[in-house]
Structure formats: structure tokens, C-alpha cells
Design a protein around this ligand. Structure first.
Ligand SMILES: Cc1cc2nc3c(=O)[nH]c(=O)nc-3n(C[C@H](O)[C@H](O)[C@H](O)COP(=O)(O)O)c2cc1C
Length: 340
């Protein structure tokens, strides 16, 4: 079987294996990125998107500042910024690099109206001239590699990924990530990986990272073979399953599947994530717990047909309650219906 995973370098930053954790608002905080790294198989993690406009008005109490949570110990982190103004974006890029970002990722994929209507996120794909000015300003502003994450297009007719990827390549980006859905689709429908193939062909000198609907090693193999992309970015399938990168790497290198952890193992990782978040977050504990609930719900911690843990999790208010709920599960017996 020919090897499918080749180490990547984005500018000077090694990405080995070429498996990336997608930026996900409210999810890819320091604790989750660290857990994904510790589980193995992850080449690069990204912060969630940060508003360049909000960074203009940064005060020491700003919520955006709470999101500056990357540390040198967790390994290189790509920090994602969004906005529509070239100077604001350049300034934001400088700020996140000063704070230790190893790469700056420019968001051209966010479709939510609050972002796209102001011309930022995927809104930039509708305005290639502005997109090029933003890309140029950011690339010139910082020494670290700059990458860009795009959609397949704004819609089937406007702002194609190929057009934006060519502009980005001309501006000197280190990689282009393609989420293979149109912006107007949001998350609906299946990702159409053909959009990734087209970008791979259009910018042969720049690595292309494929993204959209990879949930298991077989799909990872399928995307690499079908599109010829240099790396894969995985989002939702990593939530509550940070071991997915290790599973993909293992199966693509050896041809053998690597089973995920059983209930006790899943609970131990969930507890580790909770404790790490509470120990490192800049958010007030109450808010952190509320965010954690949404993150931990992704771990399937209920036995089939039962919803006890889920129900208790959404009511947890304090770190002590969270520990009391999760710690006993970490010593639970293997479930005969689910392989450990
Ligand atoms: C909860 C959530 C938050 C997201 N936040 C961001 C974000 O901050 N920046 C971004 O570029 N994409 C964001 N995305 C999109 C993902 O990065 C990714 O492109 C998308 O989920 C498709 O990949 P997947 O099928 O592997 O999940 C988000 C997705 C989800 C589910």
C-alpha cells in the first residue's frame, strides 16, 4: 500500500502527520487542542476565529482577550482571524503573532450573517478585489506563514474557491484550506470534494488542505485519494473523539483499524479536558462550565438506551459537580455491548 500521509511544511512550520484540527468557535480552546495533541496523530491545531475589529478595541477585560489562550507548551498553533478591512486585519495579525501564534489563518469561510454581511469571513469570497487586499496586507504584516480557509465558493455562481485560491497563491500564502461546501449551504448537504480537487489543480505550488465530512479513516483515505490534497482538516468528528487523528494516522500507515476507547477511557479523556480547561481558561469559572457542558456532551458517556449522564451534564454548575459526575465513570466496567 503506497503511503498516503506525507509530512508537510507550511512556511517553516512542520505539520506531521498532515492532519489538522479545524478551527471551531466555542470548541477549539487550549484544553481541547492540548487533548487532541496528547492523543496523538495531530499535525496542527487552530484557535477559533478572532475578530480583527474586536482586537482594535481591546481592553484588558475584553472577551476576545480570553481567547488568547495558546501557549508554547502545546506546540505550534494557527490563530485564525476574520475581518474585511486590510489594515485592521494586518494589525490583528501582528497582535496574535506577538502573542505567540505560529501561523496566521485568514477566515474566508464563515457564513454567519453577522460576519459575512459585514464583508468578512466568506463575505470576502464575493469581493475578490478586497480579498486580495486583505491577503496582501496580512502576508506583509507578519513574518510567520499565513494560510487561508475558504469555502467551495459563496454559492454555485459567485466567488469560486479556485479564483480566491489563485489570488491567495499570488499573495504568498503557505496553504489554502477548502471546506468543500458553498457558504450559502452553511453545514447542510454533503461536502462536494470535487471543489478541493479543482483547487489542488489550480495552485500546484501551494499545499491544499481538504476539509468537509471526514469522520473516519476510510473517508480520510477517500479524500486524499480523490482530491490529491496535501493534508486533511477535521472538525466535528474530533468533538468528543480527540483520538480520531491517532486512529486515522494508524490506519493509513498500517492498514489496521485502531479501536477507540471504551466508556471508562472516554470518560477519563472528558474529565481530563474539563480539568485542563478549568485550570487554564481566562474565563470566569461559571462561564467556563457552561461552555464545557457543550463540549463534553459530544463524548458518548451514556450506555445505549440511557441518557442519565447527558441529562446530569447539562445541569452541572460547579467544577465539583462535574468531577463528581465524571470521575466514577472513569472506573466503570467495560460495556459488553461496546468494545473497549
Ligand atoms: C461548532 C463549530 C464552530 C466552527 N467555527 C469555525 C471557526 O471559528 N472558523 C472556521 O474557519 N470554521 C469554523 N467552523 C467550520 C469548521 O472549521 C469546518 O470547516 C467544518 O465543520 C467542516 O469540517 P467537518 O466536516 O470536519 O466538521 C466551525 C464548525 C463548527 C461545527
Amino acid at each position: 500500500m503506497p503511503p498516503l500521509l506525507h509530512p508537510l511544511r507550511l512556511g517553516g512550520v512542520p505539520v506531521d502527520p498532515p492532519l489538522l484540527l479545524a478551527p471551531m468557535a466555542g470548541q477549539t480552546n487550549h484544553a481541547f487542542r492540548r487533548i487532541c495533541r496528547e492523543q496523538g496523530g495531530l499535525g496542527l491545531a487552530s484557535s477559533e476565529l478572532l475578530s480583527a475589529r474586536a482586537l482594535q478595541f481591546l481592553s484588558s477585560r475584553s472577551r476576545t482577550l480570553d481567547l488568547f489562550d495558546w501557549t508554547p507548551e502545546e506546540g505550534p498553533v494557527a490563530v485564525q482571524i476574520f475581518g474585511a478591512d486590510p489594515q485592521e486585519m494586518a494589525e490583528a495579525a501582528r497582535r496574535v503573532v506577538e502573542a505567540g501564534a505560529a501561523l496566521v489563518d485568514l477566515n474566508m469561510g464563515c457564513w454567519v450573517p453577522k460576519v459575512a454581511r459585514q464583508g468578512g469571513g466568506a463575505g470576502l469570497m464575493r469581493d475578490p478585489t478586497r480579498a486580495a487586499r486583505v491577503l496582501q496586507a496580512v502576508v506583509e504584516a507578519v513574518e510567520v506563514p499565513v494560510t487561508v480557509k475558504v469555502r467551495a465558493g459563496w454559492d454555485a455562481r459567485t466567488g469560486s474557491a479556485v479564483e480566491i485560491a489563485r489570488l491567495a497563491a499570488d499573495c504568498g500564502v503557505a496553504a489554502v484550506t477548502v471546506h468543500a461546501r458553498h457558504a450559502v449551504q452553511g453545514f447542510s448537504g454533503r461536502a462536494d470534494w470535487q471543489a478541493i480537487t479543482e483547487v489542488v489543480r489550480a495552485i500546484p505550488a501551494v499545499p491544499v488542505i481538504g476539509n468537509g465530512d471526514v469522520t473516519c479513516p476510510a473517508e480520510a483515505r477517500g479524500m486524499l485519494l480523490q482530491t490529491g490534497c496535501a493534508g486533511l482538516m477535521i472538525g466535528r468528528a474530533a468533538l468528543g473523539a480527540p483520538w480520531i487523528f491517532r486512529q486515522i494516522e494508524h490506519e493509513l500507515r498500517t492498514g489496521e483499524p485502531l479501536p477507540g476507547p471504551g466508556l471508562a477511557g472516554r470518560a477519563a479523556v472528558a474529565l481530563q479536558q474539563a480539568r485542563c480547561l478549568l485550570a487554564t481558561t481566562r474565563m470566569p469559572a461559571r462561564r467556563a462550565i457552561r461552555e464545557l457542558r457543550g463540549q463534553l456532551l459530544h463524548y458518548s458517556l451514556d450506555l445505549p438506551g440511557q441518557t442519565r449522564v447527558r441529562e446530569a451534564l447539562v445541569r452541572v454548575e460547579t467544577p465539583e459537580e462535574l468531577d463528581a459526575l465524571l470521575a466514577p465513570l472513569t472506573t466503570s466496567r467495560p460495556d459488553p455491548n461496546r468494545p473497549d
